[in-house]
Design a protein around this ligand. Structure first.
Ligand code: ADP
Length: 225
């Protein structure tokens, strides 16, 4: 099964990605995380992406598409995978269609986490992240057990540079102009809109209710094919 988590920055994609992939045992692919890893490693791609990301813009389609192709072609992705933060433009969505076709994977199931813009700015300013395992916390709704430290590996949590308010606003603008139009591309696929302004556990329950009946179909199709 290929899952696509869609929604504005700060809508809770990272949190749901963690819950879904530990349930389904499929890899989570976050292009944002991959780009941050490239920056940290000081690669040419990281250098190209750094200033764009710091300003809240989108990294070029060609760079991101190539990075995505390399990742989904790895053997751990053959049973399926979850995409978080990709595709973010219509061109990326068209590219993904071709990649899935080439890899003989089924079309993606699209889960759209919808949250009003007003709620997002506040959420992102209280967001903290573990720089080691990338787990995301929110000081208001999902604080770590010990203040300032990751529950999983006790690493001190950080605030992402692009979570500053003016950058957040630029990211939301990018989302409205370039990413929201991608939804039209998925009109005729398995598409589900989910209200993201509720607690993570409640949202996950809704998502698992959507996916559970589809898991059987996927298994049957794999056995038949
Ligand atoms: P969020 O969803 O909270 O904005 P991400 O970690 O997904 O955070 O992305 C952080 C930044 O990485 C984006 O603002 C953008 O600059 C870059 N980025 C991530 N994914 C893509 C993509 N698919 N296409 C272009 N740029 C991307």
């Amino acid at each position: 099964m290929v899952l696509l988590l869609f929604g504005p920055p700060g809508c809770g994609k990272g949190t749901q990605s963690r819950l879904i992939t530990s349930w389904l045992k499929i890899p989570a692919i976050s292009t944002g995380e991959m780009l941050r890893a490239e920056i940290q490693a000081g690669t040419a791609l990281g250098q190209a992406a750094q200033s764009i990301m710091a300003g809240g813009g989108l990294v070029g389609d060609d760079l991101v598409n190539e990075m995505l192709l390399q990742r989904v072609s790895k053997p751990d992705c053959s049973p399926g995978f979850l995409l978080d933060g990709y595709p973010r433009t219509v061109e990326q969505a068209e590219y993904l269609d071709r990649v899935l076709d080439d890899l003989k994977m089924p079309p993606a199931v699209v889960l759209h986490l919808d949250v009003p813009n007003d709620a997002l700015v506040g959420r992102m300013s209280s967001r903290r992240q573990c720089p080691k395992c990338s787990r995301v916390y929110n000081l208001l709704h999902q604080p770590p057990r010990v203040a300032g430290l990751c529950d999983d590996d006790a690493t001190p949590l950080i605030t992402r540079k692009d979570d500053r308010e003016e950058v957040v606003r630029a990211r939301l603008e990018m989302y409205d102009c370039l990413t929201r139009p991608v939804l039209a591309h998925y009109q005729h696929t398995d598409y589900f809109q989910i209200r993201g302004d509720r607690s993570p556990g409640y949202i996950f329950e809704e998502i698992s209710g959507i996916l559970e009946p589809r898991l059987g179909n996927v298994q049957q199709a794999m056995e038949a094919g």
